[in-house]
Design a protein. Structure first.
Length: 96
């Protein structure tokens, strides 16, 4: 079963762990996410020690095809965000 967490869940955990108010911890989580997004946008790469690295990859445009009608069309160029787990994170996952 997949467990999904969102900013609210993270904020609640921070609030309980640090004794902050819920609104303070929600603001903290939002600020952290915004900083991370800004760094990825500006630098194209964000390394989080002991966790991994987020990269922006550029995919060029290409020809696509509707499998039903066989009609071709151009798929425009786009950016992808990829993640590579750190060795520490990989070992943690494999040892537990």
């Amino acid at each position: 079963m997949v467990k999904t967490i969102n900013k609210e869940v993270i904020a609640r955990e921070i609030s309980q762990e640090l004794g902050l108010s819920k609104s303070q911890s929600q603001e903290m989580v939002t600020d952290i996410v915004n900083v991370m997004l800004n760094i990825i946008e500006d630098e194209g790469k964000l390394r989080v020690p002991y966790f991994g690295t987020f990269f922006i990859k550029h995919k060029g445009s290409r020809i696509g095809r509707n499998p039903k009608t066989k009609q071709e069309y151009v798929i425009p160029a786009r950016k992808l965000v990829t993640f590579k787990a750190s060795d520490f994170f990989k070992h943690y996952v494999n040892d537990n």
